[in-house]
Design a protein around this ligand. Structure first.
Ligand code: A2P
Length: 332
C-alpha cells in the first residue's frame, strides 16, 4: 500500500500539489491532507473524492506514510520533516529549511534526479532557481559556464495568496499588507529580507542553490531579484559567460532538444516567452537567445515559467514520480 501525505494542503502550493497529482495519476493508493488547526475538518474534492483536512500534530509522523510532500513553511518543515523520516517516510520539502544542508539533495528532475534516489529527505529548490537551472544545465554540460548574471521579474504568486491579494487590493487604491510598498504600478527590488552584504535572501538563494544543483562551486554568479505587478509566472533575464566557444545556432538547437525546455524564439514574428503563455504549464520557456557582443563567449536569454507549478508544486511532484518509477528509469 503506497500512501502520500500532503502537508500544507490548503495553501497556494499545497492546492497546486493536488491539481498536479490529479493530472498525473501516480500509483499512490491513499492520500492524506494536512494543514493547521484553522483548517481542520474542511472538505476538499480531490481525485473525484471528498477529503477532510486533518490537523498536523506530533502524532501525525507516527502514521508511517510512504511519502510526504511539505509546503507549510520552513518552521513546519524544521519541526516535522525529520520526524516523518524517523518513521520511514520519504519527505519532499518545498521550504528553504534544508536546501543548503550538505546531507540533503536539492533536486530538479531534469538536472540531478539521481541524487534523490535512496534519500529520505529531498529539498525542492527556490522557484526562480528551478526555471534557471533547467535552462542552464545543458549549456553548462556543453560549454562550461564561467559566470551568470540573473535579473528576475517575479510574479506576486511567489509570495502566496497574500501576494496575489496585495496586487488586487493595491490596484483598487488600498494599502499593501504583504509587500513593503504598493505592488500595483511598481517594480519592487526587494524579495525576502536584506542581508549584511546588500543582497536579499532571494538573491542569495539563487546564487547558492544554482551552484549546488549544477554541482559546481566555481561558477561566479550575481543576481538582482525584483517583484513585478504580474499575477503568475516569473521571467528572468539571464546573461551567461562560457569558458568554451559556441555557435549560437547549435546552442539554440541544444536548448530546443533538452528536457523540460520549450524554445520559443522567433523574433521575426515577434514570438518570445510570455508570462500568460507559461502559466498553467510545466515547461520552462526560453527565448530572446542571442550573443552578448560585449563579452567573448557569452549570451543573453529570457526564461519564463509558472512559478507555482514548475517553480514549486510540479517540480516536487515530478520528483515523487521519478521516485515511484525509479526502477523503470534507472537508466536515466
Ligand atoms: P492553513 O490554511 O490551515 O493555515 P501559503 O504558503 O499559501 O500561505 O500556505 C501555507 C500552508 O501551510 C497552508 O496550507 C497552511 O494551513 C499550512 N500551515 C500553516 N501553519 C501550519 C501549521 N502550524 N501546521 C500545519 N500546517 C500549517
Amino acid at each position: 500500500m503506497v500512501s502520500c501525505a500532503i502537508i500544507g494542503a490548503t495553501g497556494l502550493v499545497g492546492s497546486t500539489f493536488l491539481k498536479v497529482l490529479e493530472e498525473k495519476k501516480l500509483e499512490i493508493d491513499e492520500y492524506y491532507l494536512f494543514a493547521s488547526a484553522r483548517s481542520k475538518g474542511k472538505k476538499v474534492t480531490f481525485m473525484n473524492k471528498e477529503y477532510t483536512i486533518e490537523e498536523l500534530t506530533e502524532e501525525t509522523p507516527k502514521r508511517k506514510f510512504t511519502y510526504a510532500l511539505f509546503s507549510a513553511g520552513s518552521s513546519i518543515s524544521d519541526k516535522y520533516a525529520k520526524e516523518f523520516n524517523r518513521y520511514g517516510t520519504i519527505v519532499i520539502d518545498n521550504s528553504s529549511r534544508f536546501r543548503m544542508d550538505e546531507n540533503v539533495p536539492l533536486i530538479v528532475p531534469e538536472v540531478n534526479i539521481k541524487e534523490a534516489y535512496g534519500k529520505l529527505l529531498i529539498a525542492n529548490p527556490n522557484c526562480s532557481t528551478i526555471q534557471a537551472v533547467v535552462a542552464l544545465k545543458p549549456l553548462h554540460t556543453q560549454y562550461k559556464i564561467r559566470r551568470i548574471i540573473y535579473s528576475t521579474y517575479q510574479a506576486v504568486s511567489g509570495a502566496g495568496i497574500n501576494g496575489i491579494n496585495d496586487l488586487i487590493e493595491t490596484s483598487l487604491g488600498n494599502e499593501p499588507k504583504k509587500f513593503p510598498y504598493k505592488i500595483y504600478n511598481n517594480c519592487i527590488p526587494h524579495i525576502d529580507v536584506f542581508l549584511y552584504n546588500g543582497y536579499t535572501k532571494e538573491e542569495e538563494k539563487m546564487i547558492n542553490e544554482t551552484r549546488k544543483i549544477l554541482n559546481d562551486e566555481t561558477i561566479d554568479i550575481t543576481a538582482t531579484c525584483v517583484r513585478v505587478p504580474i499575477f503568475n509566472s516569473h521571467a528572468e533575464s539571464i546573461n551567461v559567460e562560457f569558458k568554451n566557444e559556441f555557435d549560437i545556432d547549435n546552442l539554440k538547437q541544444l536548448l530546443a532538444k533538452s528536457p523540460g525546455i520549450a524554445l520559443v524564439d522567433d523574433t521575426k514574428n515577434n514570438i518570445y516567452p510570455l508570462n500568460t503563455f507559461a502559466t498553467n504549464k510545466d515547461d520552462v520557456f526560453v527565448g530572446r537567445v542571442r550573443k552578448d557582443f560585449s563579452l567573448k563567449n557569452s549570451i543573453n536569454m529570457w526564461v519564463v515559467a509558472d512559478n507555482v507549478r514548475k517553480g514549486a508544486a510540479s517540480n516536487a511532484v515530478q520528483i515523487l514520480e521519478k521516485l515511484i518509477y525509479q526502477k523503470d528509469t534507472a537508466s536515466i
